[in-house]
Design a protein around this ligand. Structure first.
Ligand code: 13P
Ligand code: SF4
Length: 344
């Protein structure tokens, strides 16, 4: 496609989402990214949360963290560029150590990944000896290396169901853990670092959680849902399972990002309230122009929003930023990731 063709296509597909003045600029960036991509032995993976112009034109593969992990394990190109956040790029490196993995922004973190360290997991294992550890993929490699299983929001309940144990340590998202516990009829207790270190009292609950939270999804409330239902009777409410359990309980459907996308595509309802990162609502709306997506765009993921078209172009030009995982950590982490991939 030429720059003019890209420009016309953006106008047609994303014209309602991207201001007219920005379209030419974005088209030029997309053109340069696509040309450079052709010259290099790279594959570009894009998470569902990427902004619409990047999401629609740049990635070779798009999806949620589980789908992109699976693809990262199979791709043939020598370099993987991960348009997502650091823990996702690290998971790609864990699965494909022989490849160069690049993250377009120097820092694109995640409040969940930053909420827990490997030392915290070791302490939990000391306090609950022999209890299997399930770790959400939104964690760094050192934490995965201390775990028995990984999971994503797309397979958390399946991973829990596959473990033959009375008790499970589920880290680090207290809300995802709470939602899985609710779904599977289990009781949960959560701990903070301070509580583990001072005056710890073991509790015999089936799920042992950690007080990590997603800084985006923790902000959604039941009142947001009630207001939308009053204003738009018949609105279908979708929540990501990183939302508080009472918010998930008040919604019509809760699942990982790709399952949310599929749900909207398959539903005949005219209005949807999407309680997750705002860009995904934009992307769904672009693909389903007849459906109205209500979304709370004052709540955005600052980490996902670090990844721009400009950064992606700089990443391709300068081979930056290289993701490294020390081999001894990788070997331990890959066992937990592979156990997840085998389960589903
Ligand atoms: P998914 O695994 O559902 O894509 O979610 C990743 C994430 O970071 C949600 O906030
Ligand atoms: Fe992490 Fe939340 Fe951002 Fe997802 S939306 S990357 S969980 S901070």
């Amino acid at each position: 496609m030429t720059i003019t063709e890209i420009q016309q296509d953006i106008k047609k597909r994303l014209g309602k989402l991207i201001p007219e003045l920005e379209i030419r600029y974005k088209a030029e960036l997309i053109y340069e990214v696509l040309c450079l991509k052709q010259e290099k032995d790279v594959v570009l993976l894009g998470h569902n949360y990427m902004e619409p112009a990047l999401f629609y034109y740049v990635p070779d593969y798009k999806g949620d963290s589980l789908e992109l992990s699976r693809i990262a394990a199979l791709v043939e190109a020598q370099t993987i560029i991960f348009c997502g956040v650091k823990f996702m790029a690290e998971t790609a490196k864990i699965l494909s150590p022989e490849k160069t993995v690049l993250l377009p922004a120097e820092i694109a973190g995640c409040s969940l990944a930053e909420s827990i360290t490997a030392a915290d997991v070791r302490l939990l294992k000391e306090k609950f000896p022999g209890v299997p550890v399930v770790t959400y993929v939104n964690t760094y490699a050192e934490v995965k290396a201390e775990s028995d299983y990984c999971c994503t929001s797309g397979n958390a309940a399946a991973v829990m169901a596959a473990i033959d144990s009375e008790q499970v340590i589920f880290l680090p998202d207290e809300f995802l853990a709470g939602n899985v516990a609710r779904e599977t009829g289990k009781e949960i207790v959560t701990f903070s670092r301070a509580e583990l270190n001072n005056g710890f009292v073991a509790e015999n609950k089936e799920v042992i959680g950690w007080r990590g939270r997603c800084e985006v999804h923790e902000k959604f409330t039941v009142t947001d849902i009630e207001n939308a239902r009053k204003q738009f009777p018949g609105v279908v409410v979708l929540t990501h399972p990183e939302c508080p359990p009472e918010v998930v309980a008040a919604s019509d459907y809760s699942a990982g990002t790709s399952a949310m996308v599929r749900y909207v595509e398959e539903s005949t309802a005219p209005h949807f309230l999407l309680l997750t990162e705002c860009s995904m609502g934009d992307n769904i709306m672009a693909a389903n122009p007849e459906k109205e997506m209500l979304r709370l765009c004052s709540v955005r993921c600052p980490h996902m929003n670090q990844i721009t078209l400009e950064d992606t172009l700089a990443c391709l030009r300068n081979d930056q930023y290289v993701i490294e995982v020390p081999e001894e950590i990788r070997q331990k982490a890959v066992a937990a990731v592979n156990r997840m991939l085998e389960i589903g």
